[in-house]
Design a protein around this ligand. Structure first.
Ligand code: 13P
Ligand code: SF4
Length: 369
C-alpha cells in the first residue's frame, strides 16, 4: 500500500513499526515531498532523528534558518517554543509542524504571560518603570512573552547572543527584566561585572517577586525565577570530582547551568559554542561537558581522538525533546503527503506581529555586533 493511503493511520500504528521500516518511510516521504519540506533538528535531538534532519543547529541558528527557507512545510524536531519561533519568522505560506505536541520546555513553562504582565504592573505601581527598564526574554519562552518584549522596546536573546545583546541593553537602559532563565541571566550579568546584590530574583508567586521596593529600584537586573531542570542537574561537586578523576580535563558547560558551576568551569557557551570548542580542540584533549546527553554522546562519537565525558554521571536528558521519535516524524511526514497537516504550530496574528518585532530586533542587533 502506498504511503499516501496509509497516512491516515493513527500514530499508535507507527509506534509499533520496526525502526528500519520507519527510517525508510521517512526517507521515502522526504523524496516524495522534495523541496516542499525541510526538517530542522536541534542539537539535543536524539541521533535517530538527527539522521533525517536537513539542517541542525542551536536555537538561534534554527530560528534564522526558519526565516530563510522557502519550503512549504517546516518540520521542527525541537521543542514547542522553537516551532513557535519558526512560525513567527516564517513566510505566510509556510506551515510549521512539531512532530509530537508533548515536546515542550519546562523552563519556558515557568513564566506565563499573565504572570509577566502582573509583574510589570507591580513595577509600574512602585514607580520602577519611571526608570528605563527593558524586558528581555530568552528564546525559551512563549510567543506571548516574546510579543510582550517586542511591545516594550525589549528583545529576545539566545545563549549564543546573550552577551552582545546585554551589552547593547546595558548601555541604553537603566535596568533589565530577564525571563525566564535566572541562570543565563545571572551568568551573563556576571560577565559584565554586575555584582550579585544588583541581580535580584523575581518569584512570581510572591508580592513584588519577594523583593523590597528599594531592592527593585537599585537592581540592575531582575531575574525571573525559572531554570532548566536538565542543566540544573550539574552541580559544583561534579566539576571538582571530575577534575580529580581525570587530570588535565577541561570543563565546558552551557550557561543554563547554575552560577557556581559556570564559575568552576573552564568555558561556557551555547550548544554551537560547545560543538565548535570541541571541534577545534587538539587530538588527545580531555573534556567534561555540562549539557544535554544526546549532544555529548554525539560529540564523543564524532571525535574518537578526544576524550569526551558527560560532566555528571547521571542521565541529563531533555525528556521532552526526546519525545520526538522517528515514529512521530514518519507519521507527520506521511500525513503531509496525504494532505493532512498534523500538529501544526500557529501563533495568532497579533502575537506574531509583536513577537516578530522582538525576534527581528535580536537578529539585526546580533548581526551588527
Ligand atoms: P541553545 O540556545 O544553546 O540551542 O539552547 C537551547 C536550549 O534549550 C538549551 O537547553
Ligand atoms: Fe528546555 Fe532545558 Fe530542554 Fe532546553 S534542555 S529545551 S531549557 S527543558
Amino acid at each position: 500500500m502506498s504511503a499516501v493511503l496509509e497516512a491516515v493511520r493513527p500514530i499508535e500504528d507507527y509506534l509499533v513499526m520496526p525502526d528500519a521500516e520507519i527510517a525508510e518511510r521517512i526517507e521515502e516521504a522526504r523524496k516524495e515531498l522534495g523541496e516542499k519540506v525541510i526538517i530542522l533538528g536541534h542539537h539535543y535531538q536524539r541521533e535517530d532523528v538527527i539522521a533525517h534532519a536537513d539542517l541542525t543547529g542551536d536555537s538561534y541558528q534554527l530560528s534564522v534558518m526558519a526565516s530563510q527557507t522557502d519550503a512549504d512545510y517546516i518540520v521542527f524536531c525541537g521543542v514547542h517554543f522553537m516551532a513557535e519561533s519558526a512560525d513567527i519568522l516564517g513566510k505566510p505560506h509556510q506551515r510549521v509542524i512539531l512532530p509530537d505536541l508533548g515536546a515542550g520546555c519546562s523552563m519556558a513553562d515557568m513564566a506565563t504571560i499573565e504572570q509577566v504582565e502582573d509583574a510589570w504592573e507591580q513595577l509600574r505601581e512602585i514607580g520602577v518603570l519611571e526608570q528605563k527598564v527593558a524586558p528581555i526574554t530568552y528564546m525559551n519562552s512563549s510567543a506571548a512573552i516574546k510579543a510582550f518584549c517586542g511591545r516594550h522596546e525589549g528583545v529576545v536573546c539566545t545563549s549564543s547572543n546573550a552577551v552582545p545583546l546585554f551589552d547593547i541593553y546595558l548601555k541604553n537602559f537603566d535596568k533589565m527584566f530577564f525571563f525566564p532563565d535566572q541562570h543565563l541571566g545571572r551568568n551573563t550579568g556576571a560577565k559584565f561585572g554586575i555584582p550579585l546584590e544588583k541581580m535580584v530574583l523575581w518569584n512570581p508567586h510572591e508580592e513584588l517577586g519577594g523583593n523590597s521596593e528599594e531592592d527593585l529600584r537599585e537592581a540592575k537586573l531582575i531575574l525571573w525565577r525559572g531554570h532548566c531542570s536538565v542543566h540544573g542537574r550539574f552541580k559544583p561537586w561534579h566539576v571538582e570530582q571530575i577534575r580529580k578523576q581525570i587530570p588535565g580535563v577541561q570543563v565546558l558547560v552551557h550557561p543554563e547551568c547554575m552560577r557556581e558551576v559556570v564559575d568552576l568551569a573552564d568555558f561556557d557557551g551555547s550548544t554551537s559554542f560547545i560543538i565548535k570548542t570541541v571541534e577545534n580542540a587538539p587530538s588527545g584533549s580531555k573534556w567534561a561537558i555540562g549539557t544535554e546527553v544526546n549532544l555529548v554522546n554525539r560529540l564523543a562519537k564524532k571525535f574518537p581522538d578526544k576524550e569526551i565525558h558527560l560532566l555528571a554521571p547521571d542521565l541529563c536528558m531533555c525528556a521532552t525533546m526526546y519525545r520526538i521519535a522517528p515514529q512521530n516524524l514518519a507519521w507527520s511526514m506521511e500525513n503531509i503527503i496525504a494532505g493532512n497537516v498534523v500538529n501544526e504550530i500557529k501563533v495568532d496574528d497579533e502575537t506574531k506581529k509583536w513577537a516578530l518585532v522582538a525576534l527581528e530586533r535580536m537578529i539585526s542587533m546580533t548581526e551588527k555586533k
